[in-house]
Write a protein that binds this ligand. Structure first.
Ligand code: ADP
Ligand code: MG
Length: 481
């Protein structure tokens, strides 16, 4: 051991003593996490260089322990003593940075201070991240659900923007302006499916890219475990190696997990700076994600926020057909239509209804008929407090009069169509909780006064015209059936 070597080692060892003494509560764990992995590398002109395992480390130490470090360095090297960091990065970007021990401005100065590559290969011996052995050799499994492909993700007005953004991202991950891509929407509308699908497509387009899907909950759990085992740094490193990172259901972190959010913030920055793609999903719009750390939230708004809406009846039908096709099951158009019209909450429930129906029919060896579908949906939907939809009323009324469903939307003044429209409005008012304004909107973009007028007209006609009364009764029966 040379004299020079000894002295920088001694200086750092003495600093560590000071640090240990001053860490306060929980000191052993903190010491193990943040200081034990640091290696002293050089002492020159009163500047001690220490090697930290990642940029995240450096930032964390600067943020939380700068005063302590300053104190230790001052004690060891006198008032002019300086501290310099050498950051061991993963293979992507080896950098060195220096920071005077006298303040946090070092963080801001960082870009200017990245001249020398001190990466001498020592990181090859670095402890592995979450899996043994050896970081460089770790193959990151994508954790993607292979059934959730883009081909299986039916397109509709409700998801067009998000879906096409997904295609663009999968083609050029990290280099479109959709970075991060934030997909948000209510439960069961396809966020997880779409996020996975983009991951799968990216893999197809770029087989050598590292894609990683993780739920925010798993991420949090891993982060906590890593902290407990003194391997926070490995954890951060692991995530920084990824080319496309998908974090599902980020709203889970709201109002909790500040440290997890902080770690993710650093990972996010690293990935974004290195043109790596990030995809986030959330069941809330960014404006409603107030429980997240503001600086993280502001990052999420950098790219594109695309929402998923509830699918319209045509898309619901297309989704059902796609599922049936994938399962290799045949079902009559009538039954598909019946399900699509009656389940309008979200895609998960739509699928649930379909699966129950298929199960029913195969268990009881019954044909899948419209009657079976009705029975099943009645049971199914009762448990999820069903409401008759305006779509469904339109369909029943149009079928009854042998009119095409979209005629209700048309502007024609043909008597039979006007009547069908008025009947639809009447039943929508009677059987749904929708406001007059919504009913009008869905029945050919009329205003609420038109709806009110229609309801009165139907009531009057039913009193004076026997034939009309008969129609109303029959329709009423059909709708409640
Ligand atoms: P979320 O994550 O928004 O709660 P999921 O992605 O889990 O919803 O979707 C719920 C179910 O609905 C999944 O089985 C998914 O395959 C299906 N699904 C959602 N949207 C579509 C779509 N556009 N095409 C086909 N299947 C869909
Ligand atoms: Mg989901």
């Amino acid at each position: 051991m040379t004299k020079m070597e000894k002295s920088y080692k001694t200086v750092w060892a003495n600093c560590l003593e000071v640090i240990k003494d001053n860490l306060g509560e929980d000191n052993e764990k903190l010491y193990k996490t943040w200081f034990a992995p640091i290696k002293p590398v050089q002492l020159e002109n009163g500047t001690l260089t220490i090697e930290v395992p990642s940029a995240y480390y450096y930032e964390y130490i600067e943020e939380h322990y700068i005063d302590l470090l300053r104190k230790a360095i001052k004690l060891e090297l006198g008032p002019k003593g300086m501290l310099k960091y050498s950051i061991v990065m993963d293979q992507i970007t080896p950098i060195t940075t220096s920071a005077p021990s006298t303040g946090k401005q070092a963080v801001n100065n960082r870009p200017k201070d990245i001249p020398v590559n001190l990466n001498d290969g020592s990181q090859k011996d670095m402890p592995n991240p979450l899996v043994f052995p050896g970081l460089a050799k770790v193959k990151i499994p994508s954790q993607l659900n292979e059934n959730y492909t883009l081909e299986n993700f039916v397109e509709g007005d409700c998801n067009r923007l998000a879906r096409s953004a997904g295609y663009a991202v999968a083609k050029n991950p990290g280099t479109t302006s959709f970075n991060p891509l934030l997909i948000y929407g209510g439960v069961g509308l396809g966020k997880t499916h779409l996020a996975n699908a983009i991951g799968i497509k990216t893999k197809e387009n770029h087989p050598d890219k590292v894609v990683l899907y993780v739920t925010s909950e798993t991420f949090l759990q891993q982060f906590m475990n890593a902290g407990r085992d003194g391997r926070t740094n490995d954890f951060i490193h692991y995530y920084q190696m990824v080319d496309l990172l998908i974090v599902d259901d980020i709203q889970f972190w709201a109002n909790k997990a500040p440290r997890t959010q902080e770690a993710f913030f650093h990972i996010f920055n690293h990935l974004h700076q290195n043109n790596k793609q990030i995809i986030i999903t959330s069941d809330k719009a960014p404006s409603e994600l107030a429980g997240l750390e503001p600086r993280l939230l502001s990052r999420l708004k950098w790219g594109l926020s695309a929402d998923l809406q509830a699918p319209d009846v045509e898309t619901r039908m297309a989704i059902l057909k796609k599922k049936l096709e994938n399962e290799g099951i045949e079902m009559s158009h009538e039954v598909i239509e019946y399900i699509a019209y009656n389940i309008n909450t979200n895609v998960r429930e739509l699928e649930g209804a379909l699966i129950s129906l298929i199960a029913q029919s195969s268990l009881n060896k019954k044909q899948i008929t419209i009657e079976l579908a009705k029975q099943m949906i009645d049971k199914f939907v009762k448990s999820t407090s069903r409401e008759i939809t305006i779509d469904y009323i339109q369909k029943v009324v149009c079928d009854y009069f042998n009119l095409p469903v979209d005629s209700i939307q048309s502007h024609t003044r043909k008597r039979e169509i006007v009547q069908a429209r008025q009947l639809t409005m009447y039943f929508a008012k009677k059987l749904t909780k929708s406001s007059l304004a919504i009913i009008g909107l869905q029945c050919g973009n009329k205003d609420h006064a038109t709806v009110l007028h229609a309801c009165k007209t139907v009531a009057n006609l039913a009193e004076t015209d026997k034939q009309f009364q008969c129609w109303v009764d029959e329709l009423d029966k059909k709708l409640k059936d």
